[in-house]
Structure formats: C-alpha cells, structure tokens
Design a protein around this ligand. Sequence first.
Ligand SMILES: C[S@@+](CC[C@H](N)C(=O)[O-])C[C@H]1O[C@@H](n2cnc3c(N)ncnc32)[C@H](O)[C@@H]1O
Length: 147
Amino acid sequence: MALHDPAAEIDTTTPSVARMYDYFLGGKDNFAVDRAAADRIKAVVPDTYELVWENRRFLRRAIDHLAGLGIRQFVDIGAGLPTRGNVHEIAQRAIPGARVVYVDNDHIHPRSVHGRQAVREEHAAWVPPPRSFGSALGARTSLPRSG
Ligand SMILES: C[S@@+](CC[C@H](N)C(=O)[O-])C[C@H]1O[C@@H](n2cnc3c(N)ncnc32)[C@H](O)[C@@H]1O
C-alpha cells in the first residue's frame, strides 16, 4: 500500500505535543516550530528534560512490573512518537508474544519513518487519527494471537 506524501498532511506551522516531546527525548521527528515551543517551555521550567526522562523511566518500570505479573496485552494511549524503549520492546523482553496497540492523535506518527518502522514490528499496531478510541481497541483483533 502506498503511503501519502507525509509533508503534504503535516502542519509544520503549529507546535505538536508529540513532536515537542520527541525533541526533548533527542528524537528527529520534530520541526523548528516544535523546537521553539519546547525551548520556551524549558526556559520557564528548566527541569523539563529531567521530567521527560523520568517519565520514560516510570513508563519502563510500569511495563516491566505489569509484564512481570503476566500482562501480555497493552493499549498505549497518548503513546507519543516511536522512540527507544517503546512499550512493545519493554514488554516483549519479559513476554516475547506481548501485544501492544498504540494510540495517539498526532498526525505525524504513522507517517514518520520511525512510525512506519514501529507498525512493522511484530505484535505491535499503530492506530492513526481520526479513528476513535473504540476502533483502536478493535484493532487488537488484527494482531496475531499471543497464546
Ligand atoms: C507527553 S506525550 C507522552 C508520551 C508517552 N506516553 C510517554 O509517557 O513517554 C503525550 C502524548 O499524548 C498525545 N495526546 C494528547 N491528547 C491526546 C488524545 N486526546 N488522544 C490521543 N493522544 C493524545 C500527544 O499527541 C502526545 O504524543
């Protein structure tokens, strides 16, 4: 299936929370408008980088804990852009067949290079806007059964 031209549908004039977050994490899926907005936040809250990275560490601990309890299916709502240590990567270290549905209302995600890569990962699916949360949950049926 051919993908649309990503640049044609992404608003690069308005900051996006997902892209600003990506910038704070050192990612490349962000534009000048996102970096400028993120820098303004950092000027007001100098600890922003630490807060963002602490949030990622919490995410890792939470998934490790849940996977340790045997949870093998996750819905990541407000997932942000794919980065190092995505939920399916953390969960699948403990449970190789763990499955994850990612949901985010940011339009860059499914069309970004990293987003397409994440979609191809086994046992992980990305639900792009404008599909509803209900249809996101329904997407689990398109994932391979994990056991
Ligand atoms: C701060 S990032 C968090 C990323 C990741 N969950 C983490 O903890 O590192 C918040 C994400 O929520 C997404 N978001 C905000 N409102 C949303 C909504 N109504 N539906 C889906 N995603 C939303 C934003 O686009 C952004 O990517």
